[in-house]
Design a protein around this ligand. Structure first.
Ligand SMILES: C[S@@+](CC[C@H](N)C(=O)[O-])C[C@H]1O[C@@H](n2cnc3c(N)ncnc32)[C@H](O)[C@@H]1O
Length: 335
């Protein structure tokens, strides 16, 4: 089962970390990998240049597999790694060491902590302890599944951390409580993108009868208080007066013939639309916007509680992920 996890979901987790790094510019040198399992999150950050790792999990067999994978990676020229592992319950006090890690990563493990009404509180307690392990200027990464329930819990944790003075560094540019969570129990926000599926994963997916042409996840990069967040590489461009907005939906066509996206940023979460035959919008790149792209919009037209693409409107693409691709709503699969 562990090998099956590593061969299948391990590769999904690695692709997810690669996408998060592409969107956010996140490039830690040292990583505390909490709930590491067989180590795909650490391996993905090793591929991105990290060299110091501390992994924590309740399963010694998973940690053994992680040590092997990282040792294999370390054999490649120029990749000496420092790796330590510890068996611990991540809710225990000793699970999270004090220390200066650039990144404390929670890859698909916080969602496994608690099922009752106290689950977000229990996850919050773990994240609070993680704050001690984050070096000045560092961050925590929370990566959870994209299902409605899991992503709403993930957002609830984000909001609880913000209420305690944490700063969300990516993907949100809206610094307040998540508007999607407040919009009602059927609403959520998650990342989703086409994936060039590795052949091994494709084979396992077809044998197991799983759909696998997208990667989907909820994720947040957050800095603990009281440090002020520094700009992430890739977000270093000065923001125009309108601010930076994340595209948080697929394109949707309404009965009036307008294509509409949801944007989320300093002004909240609201629609941005254009007529589907609007040539200026086409030339301006409106119809090729992808989920989780970071944009600014010059001179949008106020419209229906949001913005329309008008004659003087211009879209500027910010950040390092130029085009996230088309995607679709719906997530029958966990991730
Ligand atoms: C779904 S796997 C995620 C593995 C890897 N981080 C990833 O992103 O693919 C969840 C891991 O969290 C670990 N885990 C869950 N609850 C835990 C707990 N309370 N204490 C320690 N480890 C825990 C499990 O043993 C498992 O290895």
């Amino acid at each position: 089962m562990l090998s099956a996890y590593d061969e299948y979901y391990g590769r999904v987790s690695r692709a997810q970390v690669a996408r998060i790094a592409a969107i956010s510019g996140l490039r830690p040198a040292s990583v505390l990998d909490v709930g590491s399992g067989p180590g795909p999150v650490s391996l993905a950050f090793a591929e991105l240049g990290a060299r110091t790792f501390s992994l924590v999990d309740s399963s010694e067999r998973a940690l053994e597999k992680a040590r092997l994978s990282l040792a294999r990676f370390a054999d490649s020229p120029g990749a000496p790694l420092s790796v330590s592992t510890a068996v611990a319950d991540i809710e225990s006090l000793e699970a999270i060491p004090d220390g200066g890690f650039d990144l404390v990563a929670f890859g698909h493990c916080l969602n496994e902590v608690g099922r009752g009404d106290d689950r977000v509180g229990r996850r919050l307690a773990i994240a609070r302890r993680a704050a001690r392990a984050v070096a000045p200027g560092g961050a925590a990464l929370v990566m959870d599944p994209a299902t409605l329930a899991a992503s709403r819990d993930s957002i609830a944790l984000r909001d609880a951390l913000l209420a305690e003075g944490w700063t969300v560094r990516a993907p949100c540019t809206f610094p307040g409580p998540c508007p999607a969570l407040a919009a009602g129990p059927t609403q959520t926000c998650h990342d989703e993108a086409p994936w060039d599926v590795p052949p091994e994963v494709g084979r396992l997916a077809s044998e197991a009868g799983l759909d696998r042409d997208l990667i989907k996840m909820s994720w947040f990069i957050l800095s603990p208080p009281p440090r002020r967040a520094e700009a992430l590489p890739g977000e270093a461009e000065p923001r125009p007066s309108g601010g930076a907005y994340r595209v948080v939906s697929m394109p949707m066509l309404n009965k009036g013939g307008r294509v509409r996206y949801l944007l989320c940023g300093p002004g909240g979460r609201f629609p941005f639309s254009a007529r589907r035959d609007d040539e200026a919008a086409r030339a301006g790149g409106f119809f090729s916007l992808g989920r989780y792209e970071l944009i600014s919009v010059d001179e949008p037209e106020p419209r229906e509680g949001g913005w329309g693409f008008g004659a003087r409107t211009a879209i500027r693409r910010l950040g390092s992920l130029a085009h996230a691709g088309r995607d679709g709503i719906g997530c029958s699969d966990v991730r």
